[in-house]
Design a protein around this ligand. Structure first.
Ligand SMILES: [Zn+2]
Length: 281
């Protein structure tokens, strides 16, 4: 067994064990009544492909199984609707899921889009404006984006070059947030309202960066801080639930129920700092 598949196996087992523990200790039910039942769940996907790297890849078969489960148990709404309900009528959020994809991989067009269309599910893809390429590359092309745009897929900015914003100067941050919006708006011929912070843990954006996003007239911003969004959610630091290679179907279902919300400690500034010192990231 290679070290990679061993790592995947270990991660898979740990997640199953955490789910079982949180379910049987009642943790899941506490968080469920607090946030999941009434809260907004936003899922983060990346690549939908049979290549198992990077960690965030989900196979097309697994993705379809997940969509089928969502269809039977939840209601899928667009990110635009979710923001509207969060601000006006939180009751409408109940049992809702928003589907998002980060980075704009080309396989989103080949492997995710046909399934989303079949299930009639809206979704949002966050594009890195420098990474929009020609057909057949790793990333989405302008023609693929245009086709999806007319079929229930909305697009947001994921900066110009996907650098971690807290490592940049103020001017560079403004450029990443402003220029990506300008480039995408002229490419798509529509207003870009949504933003997603690269990497997106609490160590990857701060209050000053959130203010720049607001000032550039975005209507919301997604982080990758793990969790669901309650009635008082900050719409410029929306939490999401990342779906990963190592999620078994059991873990996927439990994630939607809130069983892994305990894992949000991983996304705090303190834990990320420790991790980055330890692994010299
Ligand atoms: Zn990203």
């Amino acid at each position: 067994m290679t070290s990679l598949s061993l790592r995947y196996l270990l991660k898979k087992i740990i997640k199953i064990v955490v789910c079982i523990i949180t379910t049987y200790t009642g943790y899941q039910y506490i968080t469920r009544s607090k946030s999941n039942k009434k809260g907004l769940t936003i899922l983060t996907y990346h690549s939908i492909s049979n290549e198992i790297e990077p960690d965030e890849t989900v196979t097309p078969e697994e993705f379809e199984r997940q969509l089928q489960y969502i269809k039977e148990n939840y209601k899928v709404i667009s990110l635009g609707e979710a923001i509207e309900y969060l601000q006006t009528d939180f009751g409408k959020i109940s049992g809702s899921i928003v589907i998002t994809f980060d980075d704009g991989y080309g396989d989103n067009y080949y492997n995710a889009y046909p399934l989303l269309k079949r299930y009639n599910f809206p979704a949002t893809i966050f594009l890195i404006s420098d990474f929009i390429k020609n057909n057949g590359s790793k990333y989405l092309s302008p023609s693929q984006i245009h086709e999806m745009k007319s079929n229930n897929i909305s697009f947001g900015s994921h900066t110009v070059s996907h650098q971690i914003l807290t490592r940049l100067t103020n001017e560079e941050v403004v450029r990443e947030i402003r220029n990506s919006k300008d480039i995408l708006e002229s490419q798509l011929s529509q207003i870009i309202n949504f933003f997603a912070y690269p990497v997106g843990t609490r160590a990857d954006f701060d209050d000053a960066i959130m203010e720049i996003v607001k000032a550039r007239k975005y209507t919301c911003a997604c982080s990758n801080i793990y969790g669901m969004n309650g009635e008082n959610a900050d719409i410029f630091a929306l939490k999401r639930i990342g779906i990963e290679t190592t999620d078994s179907f059991f873990v996927f279902k439990k994630k939607l129920e809130g069983a892994l919300n305990i894992m949000s400690f991983k996304d705090t500034r303190f834990f990320q700092k420790l991790k980055r010192i330890f692994f010299k990231l």
